[in-house]
Design a binder for this molecule. Sequence first.
Ligand code: NAD
Length: 312
Amino acid sequence: MMKRILVTGGAGFIGSHLCARLLNEGNDVICLDNYFTGNKENIISLIGNPHFEMVRHDVIHPYYVEVDQIYNLACPASPVHYQYNPIKTIKTSVMGAINMLGLAKRVNAKILQASTSEIYGDPFVHPQPESYWGNVNTIGIRSCYDEGKRCAETLFMDYHRQNNVKIKIIRIFNTYGPNMHPSDGRVVSNFIVQALKSENITIYGEGTQTRSFQYIDDLIEGMIRVMNTDDSFIGPINIGNPNEFTIMQLAERVLALTGSKSKIVKLDLPSDDPQQRKPDITLARNLLGWEPKVQLDKGLGKTINYFKTKVL
Ligand SMILES: NC(=O)c1ccc[n+]([C@@H]2O[C@H](COP(=O)([O-])OP(=O)(O)OC[C@H]3O[C@@H](n4cnc5c(N)ncnc54)[C@H](O)[C@@H]3O)[C@@H](O)[C@H]2O)c1
């Protein structure tokens, strides 16, 4: 049955893929965005579809619309963007959550929060299961994002307990793919852009820190499956790829796949940069029968092809 679905942050990297997939599945989609890091280019192929609507709006202000489901993604996700105006970032997470939860309560919509592995901070437990409470600095330069997202999870739980709002919380781990912002400073897009421009590939520290990367299509599949779980399931649930690589290995794969002659150079490690991050996805495997399918080389290939159209 066709549902009316609101996607906040719908013109961003993840939101644009989600809007496309929800439309493909025969839904009516409202994409709400203030275009801070999002871009109309990301959703240009959807414009003209009578089941797609764009709304320029900032989630720190209330927004009223009749919908069945809300995916709350509005929030800059990369450190360069969320540190540009940290007060605005925390307002977006916290006031955005309050406004969207208020809307969900009013119209009895189901609402999914795009939370993050950053809520685990610099973890002492590895890999991170949903039951781990995290190790997060409240006063560092990443705190506006990490603590904003943690507070949003709290708000989701309290709206659920106090007002019976139907919620789902997913904790997204590092995701990459087409429509990432070319200058967002995240490691995958950085390396690809540097390789394509034949610039030095910059690694922070020794490159021994590990990350796990999930391709966007795997995330979108997981998100939609979580939204469609029984109302009794609220999460939080990790959605990520547990395959670990060091940052050095990632740089080497990007060099190999682009055929670039760029050199790898090492820079100082920024403060609060977690050394290890890897999801425990047992819950997603058992509950959703979900696990990532796209291998790193395949996902990188598609992402490189996208960036070729942007930077060359
Ligand atoms: N990309 C990842 O690896 C990752 C990992 C964990 C969590 N997430 C979460 O997923 C969501 C989407 O991330 P993304 O990677 O697509 O980032 P993105 O920056 O590409 O998308 C965020 C979107 O939100 C919009 N936005 C920001 N502030 C807004 C506001 N006040 N009002 C309305 N719109 C606003 C931006 O313009 C943008 O379109 C974010 O909530 C992020 O925290 C992403």
